[in-house]
Design a binder for this molecule. Structure first.
Ligand code: SF4
Ligand code: SF4
Length: 438
């Protein structure tokens, strides 16, 4: 068999298993790894406060992760693999360093936010800046999530998702959850909420969204954070655009703190959130000052940490993006002219300070891995839990399925991912999701 045939069959196998980026975006992994680069970087930064999943997985499943990393390196032709781990996890750095074969090394990362942003991570590891709107492969790298590589290393269909349950719960923990189990049941498995009235943030606290107890866990759910309903972060996520716009127009004093602390601005990208605020105040978001907003990664640091007036420049940037795209305000510079800010390193925001600022220091910041089998009576498995088109169901109501059986597949040639059953049971309905009863 030619090397290219071997590569194609491994990529087919990864697609067959339904592996997608487990870090949040859900991009099909077989598509991402169909590239030629000299370097594969493992994103073990996990910079969202209170989340512990990747650290726990690197500790307990290092073998599978390293085997997935070796596969990714072979597929991309990469001679080098680098595992980015926060420098505070000295035990994990030592463990991985001892197990890593030739060509793979561990890179200690600062315990700051957003160390896990691909652009920051690639710059930390290589010293190169991915151009605005670009991809890691533009500077010779592919970045893979820890759990994604474990899924490759395990060589079985993706039926479960690891996630940390944190915040106002009795036992903060990292669990292996059947895809489609309800968020409420997962919270119960962490001992239940400790607040009588609570709200849920899905994905972390900085780049999160409000969740519901009745919605299902998907292949990209990385964390469930329970907060008392009156926690300031809840109010932040419940803010309406009308409120954000009205306060932003009247209270922004153009101090520039949002820009001076913006990680992408510090990287040399053309994003200056204070200019978007200026546009909001003077022209109602119709101005060329919106230009850089397209390159905002929505890390929320400007809104949640930098702004002394508690304004929301991040959501102003989000609101401005479609307008900037419509006006074709794209970056047209040369990659070689991008110069990181000389104070970028000094302006990193330590996770400890961020936690204090966000009012999260009251919660127990642990998430030990607990792999007990969770056995929901029913799962609701969405047909779209990845980038691309929803998968088309291949099962019908009444069908009996077992864990790992195929439920849905993307159309021939379409971007998407295969979806498998996470429990043994009977298919009860097929609509935007496949509902299975145990
Ligand atoms: S930090 Fe706040 S007040 Fe200062 S320029 Fe930015 S949005 Fe305006
Ligand atoms: S959310 Fe704010 S700090 Fe983050 S990249 Fe966008 S403008 Fe910069």
């Amino acid at each position: 068999m030619e090397t290219s045939d071997v590569t194609a069959s491994v990529l087919d196998r990864i697609a067959e298993l339904g592996i997608v980026g487990a870090g949040g975006a859900g991009f099909p992994t077989a598509v991402k790894l169909n590239a030629r680069v000299p370097l594969v970087i493992v994103n073990g930064a996990e910079c969202e406060p209170l989340l512990h999943k990747d650290k726990e997985l690197m500790h307990h499943h290092a073998g599978a992760m390293l085997s997935g990393l070796r596969a990714a390196m072979e597929l991309t032709g990469a001679a080098e693999g680098v595992i980015g781990v926060k420098n505070k996890y000295k035990d994990i750095i030592a463990e991985l360093g001892a197990q890593a074969p030739a060509g793979i090394r561990v890179f200690p990362l600062s315990d700051s936010y957003p160390a896990g942003d691909e652009f920051i991570l690639v710059h930390d590891v290589t010293g190169k800046v991915i151009p605005p709107g670009g991809l890691p492969k533009d500077v010779g790298a592919v970045v893979a999530n820890v759990e994604t590589l474990i899924n490759i290393g395990n060589d079985r269909p993706v039926t479960h998702k690891y996630l940390t349950v944190a915040g106002a719960v009795a036992n903060p923990v990292t669990l292996r959850v059947p895809v489609g189990m309800s968020v409420g049941e997962v919270i119960a498995a962490a001992g239940g909420a400790t607040a009588a009235q609570f709200e849920i943030l899905l994905g972390g606290v900085m780049m999160a969204r409000l969740g519901r107890t009745d919605e299902p866990v998907t292949k990209t759910t990385g964390g469930i954070v329970v907060l008392p309903f009156d926690h300031p972060l809840v109010a932040r996520y419940k803010g309406t655009w009308k409120h954000i716009e009205r306060i932003g127009r009247s209270a922004c004093d153009q101090c520039r703190f949002c820009t001076e602390m913006c990680p992408r601005f510090l990287l040399g990208h053309p994003i200056e959130p204070h200019r978007a605020m200026q546009a909001l105040g003077f022209t109602g978001l119709k101005d060329a000052m919106l230009a850089g907003t397209l390159y905002c990664c929505e890390c929320n640091l400007c809104s949640m940490f930098a702004c002394p007036e508690d304004l929301d420049p991040k959501n102003v940037c989000v609101q401005a993006k479609p307008l900037a795209r419509e006006k074709k305000l794209f970056w047209v510079g040369k990659p070689e002219d991008i110069t990181p800010h000389p104070l970028g390193e000094a302006r990193r925001i330590p996770t400890r300070r961020l936690k204090l600022k966000l009012g999260l220091d009251q919660f127990n910041d642990v998430g030990p891995l607990d792999e007990r089998a969770l056995t929901p009576a029913r799962v609701v498995v969405p047909l779209k839990q990845h980038a691309g088109a929803p998968a088309a169901a291949v099962v019908s109501p009444g069908d009996r399925v077992r864990v790992g059986d195929l439920l849905a597949a993307p159309a021939q040639g379409a971007l998407g991912a295969r979806i498998h059953s996470s429990i043994d049971g009977v298919v009860r309905s097929v609509d935007g999701s496949v509902v299975i009863e145990a």
